[in-house]
Design a protein around this ligand. Structure first.
Ligand code: SF4
Ligand code: MSK
Length: 645
């Protein structure tokens, strides 16, 4: 398969070709080696929950040995995926809440509270007394309250009552899915899906819904808000992105994974004059820090650190031969990096006790000696500069853009300095300049042409005056394609959206952060409802969600919490349920009656965009805000014009 059939990103194509010439394999090669993939697994109808199995559902054998049918088996598998995704996000949230507690309890901690205002806002939502108290006292109470949200035995999640619109809370209450405690919902999935517990697929899904709500409005939201408090809330910031941000003349350190705790300190340490001097003493021009995946997004949003690439570029970045250290924490780190790093001088360093990788060196990170660990790692990178094997190969491809939007600063950008509110956004949706908004998020998946799904979908949406907010690897794809430049509005948007973007100086695709920051999209939606004029519930808003290249269990949890919050959500690779007809019908249709949102599966990103646009227009109709306007349906000519360069 040619490089351009694997990725539509020029830098990636160049590196894929280089890997092929060098006889080094990557994820695309391994996908080919894995093909054809197991049809039972794809359809969700293989069960290996007990040792009577594995059982596979066929026409000849429609029941597993215990009598479980396709719907039961697929529902159990799916909610276990949600448990995995919710656990990953929420454990991340727990870790940063612990760091907040440490920062609050000790004056000599390497972490301090960077955004006191956000601390006050969040503490107030959690019902913590603020008046007359020291910042650290409030922070300690907040951290402890948040930590107790993971395992409390009574009541419901504080945030599930403090953030969503009342009408949304009522939907959950009536359906019986209001999340109680974060860990509890995840554990209950594992219990309910144990052999011989529940077999009713709808009841299994109900627990999946409750757990994903505990993720989005609980664990992920904690991760986002505590990170803002500890590391500073994002503010619009310029950035560079793609493999071309690597620099052969500097010491290159790439951070990869998801958590900002160590990487935020690495940012500071790598700029210390002694470190820069040490790098220069080794013959380098300086220290060049960049990131991959969501650790990148975390330090991009707060410090403007360049992003070397998204998920499918992690191997390609090592292949440049220019990386002194790749530092990883948790999630989305390919085990393949260990053996690939061995081919170069690159040191792959794992830092979390939760993540050790064959071929990597482990330097365990503890928050109480964060700066010391960061210095040790940066020094290792500097010392490794002279060990490069042969010439580096860095593609000369990079882009620039603006990132750093969040729930709070969108107020300022849309409302202006003296009128900081969501009113102008709501008004522009009501008057039809902006038809609606879409969250385009999620991963890369080598089953789709790398980045193409994100870009084709986003371009189609903004062409049709739909404002896009983006996170994770999708946001990185958009940044690399120039869609986060303010000038992109004039080039790619329909006239209404272009006018709004140009008036306030924002790009048509707003980077709102990492995977846990999908929680920002939830709180943005809550703010839009609260501002008024667009209904009482998130399910009434002219909005839609998509993850055109999703691959991880976290994406399943994210998609499900959007659906369960009332958002129509389209993905390319179907959920692994197609072998279970009743469950598929439930997810893609009937579920809407229970929670106000539903799933759709559409492999073609342009068609998927149009499903979203149709949905947005139907919500506008229902709100009575649709003014007559020429509706443009896409045809082949439009499709060709859209071809991603
Ligand atoms: Fe088979 Fe039932 Fe055991 Fe699953 S739980 S492996 S369907 S016997
Ligand atoms: S990093 S979960 S590949 S978005 Fe958050 Fe990217 Fe998906 Fe990982």
């Amino acid at each position: 398969m040619e490089a351009k059939e694997r990725s539509c990103d020029k830098a990636s194509q160049e590196m894929i070709e280089l890997m092929a010439k060098a006889g080094r394999e990557n994820a695309w090669d391994r996908l080919e080696a894995q093909s054809p993939q197991c049809g039972f697994g794809k359809q969700g109808i293989c069960c290996r929950i007990c040792s009577m199995g594995p059982c596979r559902i066929t026409k000849k054998a429609p029941l597993g040995i215990c009598g479980a049918d396709a719907d039961t088996i697929a529902a159990r598998n799916l909610v276990r995926m949600i448990a995995g995704g919710a656990a990953a996000h929420s454990d991340h949230g727990r870790d940063v809440a612990h760091t907040l507690k440490m920062a609050a309890e000790s004056d000599s901690c390497d972490y301090t509270i960077k955004d006191g205002l956000k601390l006050m806002e969040v503490a107030a939502r959690y019902g913590i007394k603020i008046e007359g108290r020291e910042t650290n006292e409030i922070a300690k109470d907040l951290a402890e309250t948040m930590l107790s949200e993971f395992g409390k035995h009574e009541g419901t999640l504080i945030s599930a009552a403090a953030y969503p619109p009342p009408a949304r809370q009522k939907v959950w209450e009536e359906f019986g899915v209001t999340p109680r405690a974060i860990d509890r919902e995840i554990v209950e999935i594992m219990h309910r899906t144990h052999m011989g517990v529940g077999s009713d697929y709808k009841n299994l899904m109900k627990q999946g819904i409750r757990a994903c709500l505990a993720d989005g409005w609980g664990g992920s939201l904690i991760a986002t808000e505590v990170s803002d408090i500890l590391f500073g809330s994002p503010w619009p910031i310029r950035f560079g992105t793609n493999l071309g941000v690597l620099d052969s003349e500097q010491v290159n350190i790439i951070v990869h994974g998801h958590e900002p705790t160590l990487s935020d300190i690495i940012v500071a340490v790598s700029q210390e004059p002694e470190m820069i001097k040490a790098a220069k003493d080794k013959g380098a021009k300086g220290i060049n820090l960049s990131g991959i995946c969501c650790t990148a997004n975390e330090i991009l949003m707060r410090h403007g650190i360049p992003v070397a690439g998204n998920f499918l570029q992690q191997e390609l970045a090592l292949m440049t031969g220019a990386v002194e250290v790749m530092l990883v924490d948790v999630q989305c780190i390919m085990p393949a990096l260990g053996s690939l790093a061995d081919c170069f001088h690159t040191k792959l360093i794992t830092t979390s006790p939760k993540c050790k990788i064959a071929g990597a060196q482990h330097i365990e990170f503890h928050e109480d000696r964060a700066i010391e660990t960061a210095r040790e790692i940066v020094k290792m990178a500097i010392d490794n500069f002279g060990n490069r094997k042969g010439a580096c190969h860095i593609p000369g491809v990079s882009e620039r853009g603006i990132a750093g939007f969040n729930t709070e600063n969108i107020f300022h950008h849309l409302g202006g300095r003296f009128r900081a509110s969501y009113r102008p956004l709501n008004d522009n949706v009501i008057n039809g300049r902006i038809r609606g908004a879409a969250g385009v998020v999620g991963c890369n998946n080598p089953k789709q042409v790398h980045d193409y799904g994100h870009l084709a979908m986003i371009k189609e949406l903004i062409k049709n005056d739909v404002l896009v907010v983006s996170t994770g690897c999708s946001a990185i794809a958009a940044g690399k394609a120039g869609l986060m430049r303010p000038e992109a509005a004039a080039k790619y948007c329909g006239p209404g959206l272009a006018e709004v973007c140009e008036a306030v100086g924002i790009p048509p695709v707003l980077h709102v952060g990492s995977c846990v920051d999908n929680s920002r999209i939830l709180t943005i939606l809550s703010n839009v409802v609260a501002e008024g004029g667009l209904g009482e519930d998130i399910s009434e808003l002219p909005v839609a969600g998509a993850a055109p290249e999703w691959m991880s269990e976290k994406a399943v949890s994210i998609g499900m919490y959007f659906v369960a919050s009332g958002v129509y959500t389209v993905i390319a690779e179907p959920l692994p349920v197609l072998g279970a007809p009743n469950l598929t019908r439930y997810l893609t249709d009937e579920m809407e009656k229970d929670v106000g949102g539903k799933w759709a599966f559409e492999a073609d990103p342009v068609k998927a965009a149009h499903l979203m646009i149709e949905h947005i227009e139907s919500k506008r109709d229902a709100l009575g805000i649709n003014k007559a306007r020429e509706r443009k349906l896409y045809d082949m000519e439009d499709r060709r014009a859209l071809a991603v360069e």
